[in-house]
Design a protein around this ligand. Structure first.
Ligand SMILES: [Zn+2]
Ligand SMILES: [Zn+2]
Length: 200
């Protein structure tokens, strides 16, 4: 599994390209479609996945879908969040999910796969994507380096995000690498220490 990333849009969202054996998926195509697509050169893009429906994670989805023919995947519980966020910040046609994904679903491409974990709180349909063998988890706006996601936006729920953070930090080994939606990469072990106050 090969991971590439680029910061896109006004909120400098981390867009990730995860590639394996000639195929790739894009996580959080939040803007600057051409800069994201540069990272997919040589790979067939199978899917564009949104960790949640906020505009800064989906703005480039329509353009990337049009160019690559990839399917757009997200959790059904974020449809309202996507509608609302797009109505405020989106331009042109809103991206329509081709398929909904939920906890336990597996997205296969090349010789690898990403598992879906439902982690509500930042939004109702926030998800993480992980691969245990690759010790890799993409956490969207749920878990950051030294911080957890905001819950003061439409659909946010502080109690739920705390439950989700506890689930993530207890489920995975300390050396699992965390790729968040904003800011720099961290590890599960580091965030267990950083967030210990929150979790007691
Ligand atoms: Zn967000
Ligand atoms: Zn964000």
């Amino acid at each position: 599994m090969e991971i590439r990333s680029v910061k896109v849009g006004i909120l400098r969202t981390n867009a990730y390209v995860v590639a394996s054996e000639g195929e790739a998926v894009i996580i959080d195509a939040g803007g600057d479609a051409s800069r994201i697509l540069e990272l997919t050169e040589g790979f067939k893009v199978r899917a564009v996945i949104a960790t949640h429906g906020h505009f800064d994670h989906v703005l480039a989805v329509p353009e990337i879908k049009k160019i690559t023919g990839a399917v757009f995947l997200m959790h059904k519980d974020d449809i309202d969040v996507l509608d609302f966020s797009w109505s405020v910040y989106g331009t042109g046609q809103k991206p329509e999910p081709d398929r909904f994904i939920d906890e336990g679903d597996i997205i296969r491409f090349g010789k690898t796969e990403l598992w879906v974990l439902h982690t509500p709180g930042h939004t109702p349909g926030s998800i993480c994507l992980f691969n245990l063998d690759a010790k890799t988890i993409f956490t969207g706006d749920t878990l950051f380096h030294g911080a957890i996601g905001r819950t003061d936006f439409y659909g946010g729920d502080h109690t739920k995000i705390l439950e989700s953070i506890k689930k993530i930090l207890s489920m995975f080994p300390d050396d699992m690498v965390v790729y968040p939606g904003h800011g720099k990469t961290t590890t599960i072990g580091t965030e267990k220490k950083n967030l210990s106050v929150l979790l007691t």
